[in-house]
Write a protein that binds this ligand. Structure first.
Ligand SMILES: [Cu+2]
Length: 238
């Protein structure tokens, strides 16, 4: 079983066991009078060491590897997930008829007109935390990053389970976000290096949670179960 932050379960994030600052939580909101630093719960006064660039920035800044210890920060904003990552939104992602639509619905569209109307749950999770999590390069330093992307992986796995033939091995796009810089088209044979973490793997070895080196699965919840989607029971996105 793999871990994830199900965005759809709590409209008010600080009421979630994940963010209520209890001993088993990932702490909660930052202290708005202390630059958003997280000062309560298990991650209280945690230091992050990779420089903060305050917002998405696709170009690697020249001083990105400077050692700049600072606090883990959050300015939690429940409306981002309540609005853009609720159960109806997730059902709509799961109802995507192809990988291009799936990508558009789960994240931010490359089309400015679509983007102006809002964003998908992947972006919403970052926007809901703000602070460290909203930083394009340093966001993985907030432990919630891992559970957030666990949820992205969960939705992808649930979608793949809906159509083994057409969805399981569907890929789209190049090797870089928004193709910046220009990179080759991704294929099932594209090689990924894992450095000290393990052997190189082809894209096709990274796409099935129960094959090759992987053996994990996600639990389903009634509100966003693939069964519901396959029965074509969908509610309009509000
Ligand atoms: Cu992300």
């Amino acid at each position: 079983m793999a871990s994830y932050w199900d965005w759809s379960l709590y409209a008010n994030l600080t009421e979630s066991p994940l963010f209520d600052s209890s001993p088993t939580s990932l702490s909660g909101d930052g202290d708005q009078d202390e630059d958003g630093c997280v000062t309560t719960g298990p991650l209280a006064n945690m230091k992050v060491h990779f420089s903060q660039k305050n917002g998405p920035n696709l170009k690697l800044p020249p001083n990105i590897f400077d050692y700049t210890p600072h606090c883990l920060s959050r300015y939690m904003n429940s409306s981002a997930t309540a609005r853009f990552a609720n159960a109806a939104v997730i059902r709509r992602v799961l109802a995507s008829p192809d990988i291009i639509t799936f990508q558009e619905r789960i994240d931010i569209s490359a089309d400015p007109t679509v983007r102006a109307r809002g964003y998908g749950p992947h972006a919403a999770g970052h926007e809901a935390m703000m602070g460290t999590m909203r930083d394009f390069f340093s966001s993985p330093q907030d432990p919630v990053f891992m559970l957030h992307h666990g949820m992205v992986d969960r939705i992808w796995a649930m979608w793949q389970d809906l159509d083994e033939e057409n969805y399981r091995w569907a890929i789209n796009g190049t090797m870089s976000l928004h193709n910046l810089p220009l990179t080759p088209e991704l294929t099932l044979d594209t090689n990924f290096g894992f450095g000290v973490l393990g052997r190189d793997k082809k894209m096709s070895e990274l796409m099935h949670p129960r094959r090759g080196d992987y053996c994990y699965e996600y639990s389903y919840t009634e509100a966003i179960s693939p069964k519901l989607i396959s029965q074509k029971i969908q509610q309009p996105v509000t």
